[in-house]
Design a protein around this ligand. Sequence first.
Ligand SMILES: Nc1ncnc2c1ncn2[C@@H]1O[C@H](COP(=O)(O)OP(=O)(O)OP(=O)(O)O)[C@@H](O)[C@H]1O
Length: 360
Amino acid sequence: MALQGVIDALKRTTLQEIGVSFSIADLMKDLKIDGNNVYIKVFSPSEKYHDFLKEKIEKTLKSIGAEKVEVEFSSEPPSQRQTQPPPPPPQANPFESRRRIPNVKKVIAVASGKGGVGKSTVAVNLASALKKLGYNVGYLDADMYGPSGPTMFGAKDKKVMARQTPEGDKIIAPEAHGVKVMSIGFLLPSEDTPVIWRGPVLFKALTQFLFDVDWGEEPLDFLVIDLPPGTGDVQITLGQTAEIDGAVIVTTPQDVALIDVKKGIQMFNEVQIPILGVVENMSYFVCPDSGKVYEIFGKSKTEEIAKTYEVELLGKIPIEPKVAEFSDLGIPIVFAKEDSQSAKEFINIAEKIIRKLSLT
Ligand SMILES: Nc1ncnc2c1ncn2[C@@H]1O[C@H](COP(=O)(O)OP(=O)(O)OP(=O)(O)O)[C@@H](O)[C@H]1O
């Protein structure tokens, strides 16, 4: 089989079914042809798509005469240095197809390596703090598996409307506390509906969420995206499809959470999203009677980790029962109690992020 014929066939094999605009050739890291036998290595960070990609590659190559097709996967994106096959086409890096989210100046993703560390609380209050500082802000709850944003913003019962535009239908983001809010939670029939997102459906829903929301007439200064916990498909899809200006990683001082911080940092480096810094949540508790500070989860090692990975520790949020109480009432602490320690910390963190992003 001729090398060029194989490359051409792989270039023609697009992956629109899973919502991406590149072809198999764009993902290719290695290709060897021995008679009618083909060995190919492709970039695919998520195992979920391995069966789909393998089947697609086999079908393509067998249709042009291959007998044996061996497919291997790599989580490393194709590099510029590869010598075999010949230099990739201009679109070789999957991150090059990233688009800017329309009508948004700066996009911030809030992530955590582990569930339950207060990522949504931080994302909601960061958006609120930016609003309080005078910016036009949107909040996108991309936690497809457990959307809590609408509750925390007191926006659970908001109706979501759509409008037709020359670029297609747009979902209009309702407003809560002056912040434009969008969440998959708005589109589910009830809070208890289990959402089972499988590969291609997830890609499509997330892409729509990222690009088809009407955030209002004025461009947003900041869009805060609340990611699901962990380092899975949503994060990778986001990294491949949208231009994110910076990521914030939320953790708690426990060792187990910190292990996941390392994973989070590595993942953002892999998907080439700059890290703005780490926020340590539930850092300490101040006894209201004595004013004594208790480090409930033990001595924090977040600073050490941040130094090792050369990321900034943006701030430490204390455990304050009011944070949870107001969250349940649908009023972010930044709006509900601006003199609380947590609210002050959130404002400090927002100011640091504004400074960092205005430099990029
Ligand atoms: N600093 C804090 N002080 C007191 N309670 C807090 C604090 N931060 C978060 N909480 C509470 O902890 C719980 C978990 O927080 P949250 O839902 O923000 O976590 P999460 O990391 O987003 O969780 P998940 O990964 O499940 O989406 C909530 O009840 C929240 O109100």
